[in-house]
Design a protein around this ligand. Structure first.
Ligand SMILES: Cc1cc2nc3c(=O)[nH]c(=O)nc-3n(C[C@H](O)[C@H](O)[C@H](O)COP(=O)(O)OP(=O)(O)OC[C@H]3O[C@@H](n4cnc5c(N)ncnc54)[C@H](O)[C@@H]3O)c2cc1C
Length: 385
């Protein structure tokens, strides 16, 4: 057993996966988190009033095509099959999302077959050679009616700006299915843990070489006490906002308890600009294998991240990317025993499967390349190996 201590800052999936891999390789690991609980943004807890499992920072559906990742999470807890079927509440009525043949046929009052959708949409699309922003890209894919009914208001509320100000890359793929498949994800493996994500992360962290301390804010001056530090917090915060704050959107929730079934589905998107919230989540529908008489409903609002707000979605606008490059260059120039891992430290939106895979690969890379009693100067960002 290596008595030198390794520090992992953050007890989300990134921190837990790294800590486990180090511990299994005989390293002595301390995991700290500033929150009073483990599991980061994937934290789930049963609501005391309804006994429904609530995803406290927003609903999480595990989905991946990666067998290794799927087997990894399943080895720490049971995932039950779950297909996310979203409903869009719009000015013109209630429709199925992601957009599929049912959405189109109901919206345009048509009876199109799969082979007819492409040419039908071609008449609607406002094609541009090189769409330069989100709006141009959406109009090129969908045309005006679908774009304004489903995307304009929702995007404006979610990102707090005109869709014209957002990069075209946000809408990479045509968000339309030419059949009646209304499953939100395309991934081969999809599910939700039977007993919540917290239990899975608790099991990952359950190892004799791992100690956990909660409610502790990381202090950089402690770095010297550790052989190496794995930091999964925000990169701009680590470097004391030296180049300014990176832009994030955050969300907050209004909670209500009702009897019975409130909205008949796990998620309903509200697409109209005048409705102040973006989505309503009814958490008992994320666990259809359970029965509950009461129901807990969370209405999601989106806003800019300021001061002590939790950073949720990286905006990655041009000025953010310029700042990020300055942070990365500066961090790489430091002679410090720190690695930056996970969604906040690398300033990317990452699904859980990506976070787990990257943490597994990074820990393997670290263990293979770290030389005893030297500062680790391999790639120090988990996305750079
Ligand atoms: C609303 C929402 C919905 C999502 N839905 C899905 C989904 O359906 N499916 C999916 O695959 N993914 C989803 N995700 C993504 C998922 O949440 C992330 O992939 C995952 O949480 C990333 O894990 P992480 O460990 O990198 O970061 P986090 O979970 O954020 O963990 C980082 C931890 O570090 C701690 N920390 C930060 N700074 C410090 C500090 N200075 N000192 C001490 N501790 C610190 C934080 O408290 C936090 O607990 C969703 C994300 C959001 C925001």
């Amino acid at each position: 057993m290596d008595r030198k201590k390794y520090l992992v800052v953050g007890a989300g999936f990134s921190g837990a996966v790294i800590a486990r891999k180090l511990a299994e390789n005989g390293k002595n690991v301390l995991v700290i988190d500033k929150r009073s609980h483990i599991a980061g943004n994937c934290y789930t807890k049963r609501d005391a009033n309804t006994n429904v499992m609530v995803h406290k920072y927003g609903p999480h559906i595990f989905n991946t095509n990666n067998k290794e990742v799927w087997e990894y999470v399943n080895s720490y807890g049971k995932l039950k099959p779950f297909k996310n079927k979203v409903i869009a509440n719009t000015e013109k009525g209630v429709f199925s999302m992601p957009m599929n043949l049912l959405t189109i046929n109901q919206f345009f009052k048509t009876k199109l077959k799969p082979s007819e959708v492409e040419s039908f949409l071609k008449q609607k699309q406002k094609k541009k050679e090189n769409p330069k922003d989100f709006e141009e890209q959406a109009l090129a894919f969908l045309g005006e009616e679908l774009y304004y009914n489903f995307f304009y208001g929702y995007t404006k509320k979610q990102w707090g700006c005109e869709p014209k100000e957002l990069p075209a890359s946000i809408l990479k793929r045509l968000p339309i299915r030419f059949n009646y498949d209304d499953n939100y994800y395309n991934s081969k493996y999809q599910g939700i843990p039977e007993n919540g994500y917290t239990e899975i992360i608790e099991n990952i962290l359950k190892h004799k070489n791992i100690t956990i301390e909660l409610g502790i804010v990381y202090n950089k001056s402690d770095n010297k006490s550790y052989e190496h530090v794995f930091y999964t917090g925000a990169i701009d915060s680590y470097l004391d906002y030296k180049f300014g704050r990176l832009g994030y959107r955050t969300v907050f929730f209004k909670e209500e308890i009702h009897d019975g079934d409130f909205q008949g589905n796990a998620v309903i998107n509200y697409c109209e600009e005048d409705i102040p919230f973006t989505r309503v989540h009814e958490h008992k529908h994320f666990a259809p294998w359970e029965n509950h008489e009461k129901t807990i409903v969370l209405t999601e609002f989106s806003k800019e991240t300021v001061d002590k707000d939790e950073p949720y979605y990286p905006k990655r606008l041009k000025p953010d990317i310029a700042k990020l490059n300055s942070y990365v260059t500066y961090a790489e120039s430091l002679e410090e025993n720190v690695s930056f891992v996970g969604r906040l430290a690398t300033y990317r939106y990452l699904d859980m499967e990506k976070v787990i895979k990257e943490a597994l690969d990074y820990a393997t890379y670290f263990l293979e390349n770290k030389k005893e009693n030297t500062i680790f100067k391999g790639a120090i960002f988990s996305n750079k190996i």
